[in-house]
Ligand binder design. Structure first.
Ligand code: NAD
Ligand code: TDX
Length: 349
């Protein structure tokens, strides 16, 4: 099968492509605009792989996307390209609307036109997998879980644009018959995550002996899933998911932010001890995020029961492996801190 992955130079996309090229026989066409979050270094080992093609491009460029479909004739789309960071969406929502809403619209249009030209078994097996987030459901109080039938109630500009893109994807199925499946996943962690997100930010700041900024009192709760488990869930849904269905993906692993940050500190105390004191001494409570959703938690009964998926990583060992990865791959994140990856990705150094 040839799979068109969008956003494949990002955190989840690069882990997904690594999984597709290492654990399956699929071919991959990766379309990525290379925004600040797109980093070809994350896929450096596949640069010349025969089953991998990289196209630098914007999903909002419908002419380019039509050309990609015509040239590469994919059997499926896994759509991950997005602006993904909540704090950035608060400071500047325009890019989020442009990529997540307008970009998804143009991608769906190009995919819909391409799908109309397919026939027979190729049309029957074609899938458009739209990858989304649990943030579309809003915030939970102390009790409850998000299920596939929870009403949408997005709060941040990021969540609102992802909700909008989910609705567009579903509309392309009901209106134009595009075989769409939607997934909504909880917070991911693991290797190659851009150091603006909580876990890599804390690891890198702690290694650099810098303050660890925890929003509010650190009581907000997130439900954590290792990125490799997300990748395996996406492959399972692509292969066996029912067209028109939604699958929630999560690791049944809720943690208060402060407890998670303390765990990161404890593991670092062991793997990378400070000369004086422990890493938790670096924790600082800072101003809260505006509109900060209190708790996310996913009910993943459907994907576990209907598709037989289950995560392979528990948080303790996954976190330890992730911290080890950041300690052993300083080059990857130091280039980001130095701004050099921007030049590397443009082929200038
Ligand atoms: P990321 O920010 O690490 O990567 C996004 C990628 O998309 C980058 O490579 C970027 O260059 C590319 N991109 C951005 N705009 C583009 C455009 N207009 N055209 C082409 N490429 C473009 O994001 P991520 O954390 O890997 O998230 C991937 C997807 O998964 C997103 O759709 C996100 O909403 C969703 N998601 C993320 C999480 C999470 O915890 N990170 C959880 C659930 C769902
Ligand atoms: O410095 C920080 N301090 C802090 O306390 C940062 C960056 C975050 N936080 C808190 C805010 C959240 O409660 O940690 C929690 C996690 O924050 P992020 O890593 O920014 O993730 P979140 O806002 O939960 O969104 C993530 O999960 C859902 C991804 O960024 C989204 O793309 C995904 O859809």
């Amino acid at each position: 099968m040839k799979i068109l992955v969008t956003g494949g130079c990002g955190f989840i996309g690069s882990n997904l492509i690594r999984h597709l090229l290492s654990a399956t026989a699929h071919r991959v066409v990766n379309v990525d605009k290379l925004t600040y979050a797109g980093n070809p270094n994350s896929l450096a080992e596949f640069a010349d792989a025969p089953r991998y093609v990289f196209v630098r491009g914007d999903i909002a460029d419908v002419t380019l996307m039509r050309g990609v479909f015509a040239d590469h004739a994919p059997d499926a789309v896994m759509h991950l390209a997005a602006e993904s960071h909540v704090d950035r969406s608060i400071d500047g929502p325009a890019d989020f609307i442009q990529t997540n809403v307008v970009g998804t619209f143009h991608l769906l249009s190009a995919a819909g036109e391409y799908y109309q030209q397919l026939s027979g078994s190729r049309a029957e097996s074609f899938r458009f997998l739209h990858v989304s987030t649990d943030e579309v459901y809003g915030a939970l109080g102390a009790e409850g879980l998000f299920s596939e039938s929870t009403a949408y109630d997005p709060h941040s500009p990021y969540a609102a644009t992802k909700a909008s893109s989910d609705h567009l994807a579903r509309a392309w199925r009901t209106t134009y018959g595009l075989p769409v499946i939607v997934t909504n996943c909880s917070n991911n962690y693991g290797p190659y995550q851009f150091p603006e997100k909580l876990i890599p930010l804390m690891i890198i700041k702690a290694i650099g002996e810098q303050p660890l900024p925890v929003y509010g009192r650190g009581e907000n709760v997130r439900d954590w899933l290792h990125v490799v488990d997300h990748a395996s869930a996406l492959c399972q849904v692509l292969q066996h998911g029912a067209v028109g269905h939604t699958y929630n993906i999560g690791g049944d692993c809720q943690r208060r932010n402060i407890d998670l940050v303390r765990s990161v500190c404890e593991i670092l105390d062991e793997l990378h001890p400070r000369q004086n004191g422990c890493h938790a001494d670096l924790i600082r409570f800072v101003a809260d995020r505006p509109g900060h959703d209190f708790r996310y938690a996913i009910d993943s009964t459907k994907i576990r029961g209907q598709l037989g998926w289950q995560p392979q990583h528990d948080l303790e060992s996954g976190l330890r492996q992730t911290i080890r990865w950041y300690l052993e791959h300083r080059d990857w994140w130091q280039a980001i801190l130095d701004g050099n990856y921007q030049l590397q990705r443009l082929g200038r150094v």
